[in-house]
Ligand binder design. Structure first.
Ligand SMILES: NC(=O)C1=CN([C@@H]2O[C@H](COP(=O)(O)OP(=O)(O)OC[C@H]3O[C@@H](n4cnc5c(N)ncnc54)[C@H](OP(=O)(O)O)[C@@H]3O)[C@@H](O)[C@H]2O)C=CC1
Ligand SMILES: CC(C)(CO)C(=O)C(=O)O
Length: 304
C-alpha cells in the first residue's frame, strides 16, 4: 500500500518509519526545496527509541506540486495547518483516496468533512509520544495507542477498509466512534495544557499544587458541561479525576502547549480551548475559566 505523509514532524517521521518498516510504500510531502535538501543531507529520517539505536531510513520525499496521484494520505501537521496542507494536494487525490487526519484538537476535522464532502476522511488520535532532536531526527519517547475511525459518510460506507496495520511499533485500533475519542482527548488537553503553559510547570504540578488543582477542577466542570450540551458525555469517571490521573502519569512531562510557547512556536489553543469556547458561545454556556485561559494563552502564542 502506498502512503503519502504530509507533515514530517515528530509524529509524521515516526509514522513514516513504522509504515516503511512494515513494507508500505511511503512518500513524504515536504513544504519546501530546503526541507528536501535537509532530508537528503540527513540520509533520510533518523529514528531512535528505547528498543532501537538511532538508524537512518531512506524515505522518498517530494513537494506538493508533484503530479503523481495520491491514494492514501496521512496528515500529521499541527491542527492549525491541516486545511492548508490538504488544500496543497487536493488536485492529486484519486477519487477513491483515503485521507487520515492525525492531530490534537477539534474543529479542522469537521471543517475538512464540510469542505470536501466527497472524500473518504478518517480521523485519528494518539497517546504515542515523539519529539525531534533535529530536523528529520525523531526520538520515540512514549508508546501509546492510536485510535482511527471513519469521519465522513464515504469513509463510513467503505467499512474498515483502511490498510494501516500491521505497522511496526505502532498500536493501531479502529474505532467506530472516533468523534467521541477526539472529544475525550480535547477535554484532557483543555484541562492540562493551558494551565501548564501559563504556569510554566510540568504536568505533575497540576496534581500536587492545591491552587492549580482547584483551577483544573473549574476548567473540567466547564468542559464537561459543554461536552454534555453537545451530546458528547466524556468518561465514566469525572473529567477532573481523569485529568488528575493523566497529570500524575505524565508528571515529569512538559505539555505540548508549554513546549510550543517555550520554543516560540504557534500553539494549538484555538483547536483546544478555542474550539470549546466557540461551542459554549453557540450554546450560551457560561465558561469564565476556559475563556480566561484562552485569552491568556493567545497573548503568549505566536500567530500562525
Ligand atoms: N509529538 C507528539 O508526541 C504528539 C503529537 N500529537 C499531535 O500530532 C500533531 C503533529 O504533532 P508533531 O508531529 O509533534 O508536530 P510538528 O510540529 O513536529 O510537525 C508538524 C509538521 O508539519 C509540517 N507542515 C505544516 N504544514 C505543512 C504543509 N502545508 N506541507 C508540508 N508540511 C507541513 C511542518 O513542516 P515545516 O516546518 O516544513 O512547515 C512540521 O514538520 C499535532 O496536532 C500534535 O498535537 C499528539 C500526540 C503526541
Ligand atoms: C496528555 C498531554 C497533556 C501530555 O503531556 C498531552 O497530550 C499534551 O501535552 O499535548
Amino acid at each position: 500500500m502506498h502512503w503519502h505523509i504530509l507533515g514530517a514532524g515528530a509524529i509524521g517521521c515516526t509514522w513514516a518509519v513504522q509504515l516503511f518498516k512494515s513494507k508500505h510504500d511511503v512518500t513524504l510531502i515536504l513544504s519546501s526545496k530546503e526541507r528536501l535538501q535537509q532530508l537528503c543531507e540527513n540520509n533520510g529520517i533518523v529514528y531512535e527509541s528505547k528498543d532501537d539505536e538511532a538508524k537512518a531510513y531512506n524515505i522518498r520525499a517530494e513537494l506538493a506540486e508533484n503530479d503523481t496521484p495520491i491514494r492514501n494520505l496521512l496528515i500529521c501537521t499541527k491542527a492549525y495547518s491541516t486545511i492548508s496542507a490538504l488544500q496543497s494536494v487536493t488536485d492529486r487525490l484519486s477519487c477513491d483516496a483515503n485521507v487520515v487526519l492525525l492531530q490534537n484538537g477539534l474543529g479542522p476535522q469537521q471543517d475538512v468533512v464540510e469542505l470536501f464532502p466527497t472524500l473518504s476522511i478518517w480521523a485519528a488520535t494518539t497517546t504515542d509520544g515523539a519529539y525531534l532532536s533535529a530536523p528529520f531526527r525523531v526520538v520515540r519517547a512514549g508508546y501509546g495507542e492510536t485510535l482511527i475511525g471513519a469521519l465522513s459518510s464515504k469513509a463510513q460506507q467503505s467499512g474498515n477498509t483502511l490498510c494501516l496495520s500491521p505497522s511496526g511499533d505502532l498500536t493501531i485500533t479502529l474505532t467506530n466512534d472516533i468523534e467521541h475519542k477526539l472529544w475525550c482527548k480535547v477535554a484532557i488537553n483543555a484541562a492540562i495544557n493551558p494551565l501548564t503553559a501559563l504556569n510554566n510547570c510540568k504536568n505533575g504540578m497540576l496534581a500536587s499544587d492545591p491552587e492549580l488543582s482547584g483551577k483544573m477542577l473549574q476548567v473540567c466542570s466547564e468542559v464537561e458541561m459543554i461536552a454534555a450540551a453537545c451530546g458528547q458525555p466524556l468518561f465514566e469517571k469525572p473529567l477532573y479525576e481523569m485529568a488528575l490521573l493523566i497529570a500524575r502519569a505524565t508528571a515529569e512531562n512538559y505539555s505540548s502547549m508549554l513546549q510550543d510557547i517555550q520554543q516560540k512556536r504557534p500553539t494549538e489553543i484555538e483547536q483546544i480551548t478555542g474550539f470549546l469556547c466557540k461551542k459554549a458561545d453557540n450554546l450560551k454556556c457560561h465558561t469564565p475559566e476556559n475563556r480566561s485561559l484562552l485569552q491568556q494563552v493567545r497573548q503568549l502564542s505566536l500567530p500562525h
